[in-house]
Design a protein around this ligand. Structure first.
Ligand SMILES: [Fe+2]
Length: 205
């Protein structure tokens, strides 16, 4: 009797460096400064409810509250659209659903979670000076590992090395997390979720 093995699924994530990044970084850091000093400025969109992100963040719909974040969504969309069109992927229209800024102070982290919407994106704004890492988490709960395989490197975690200015995009249902920031430097990212829209009147089928 022979047992055969099937390869099943593979996951892909994509990334690029955002052009003109210093322009965006400066404006995003300004928003964080204002939101973080709400007592001084009398303005904040920081929500009160808890979520899996043990850090500070602006409201989910910050692209509707801060025009610069709407512009950032449009910019990210433009680059993703150019790539998918050049590669011939079938992604006719993408529309932003949510957009918010995260900032992780000392010992802040994010538990494994996934995002609403089809396509999740993260812009890494200020991450290189902290030790917090972006991690993809698989939810495998049964994996065969050989007892004598000393080189086995199976893990449910995939840690990414990203730079400031990197935009990562991936299937929004993929679990991911952020390891604790043990430094005194604040880690800043912007997350945006997009929906992929297929027009009903498209007659290619
Ligand atoms: Fe996330």
């Amino acid at each position: 009797m022979q047992v055969s093995k099937l390869e099943l699924f593979k996951q892909e994530a994509f990334y690029f460096q955002l052009p003109n990044f210093s322009f965006w970084k400066e404006r995003i850091k300004q928003i964080v400064l204002v939101e973080d000093n709400k007592n001084i400025h009398g303005h904040t969109t920081i929500p009160n409810e808890e979520c899996q992100i043990m850090a500070k963040r602006t409201a989910w719909n910050s692209h509707k509250r801060y025009p610069i974040l709407k512009e950032l969504c449009d910019e990210i969309k433009k680059h993703i659209k150019k790539y998918v069109d050049e590669e011939g992927y079938d992604m006719p229209i993408i529309e932003e659903r949510d957009c918010w800024i995260n900032w992780y102070g000392k010992n802040n982290y994010a538990q494994p979670h996934h995002h609403a919407g089809n396509l999740a994106t993260v812009l890494f704004v200020d991450v290189e000076n902290t030790d917090a890492k972006f991690i993809f988490n698989s939810n495998n709960n049964f994996v065969l590992v050989k007892k004598d395989d000393v080189n086995n490197n199976f893990t449910n975690l995939k840690e990414l090395q990203v730079k400031d200015g990197t935009v990562l995009f991936f299937d929004g249902s993929l679990y991911h997390s952020v390891s604790p920031n043990t430094t005194d430097h604040t880690r800043i990212t912007v997350a945006a979720n997009f929906d992929v829209v297929y027009q009903e009147d498209r007659n290619e089928y």
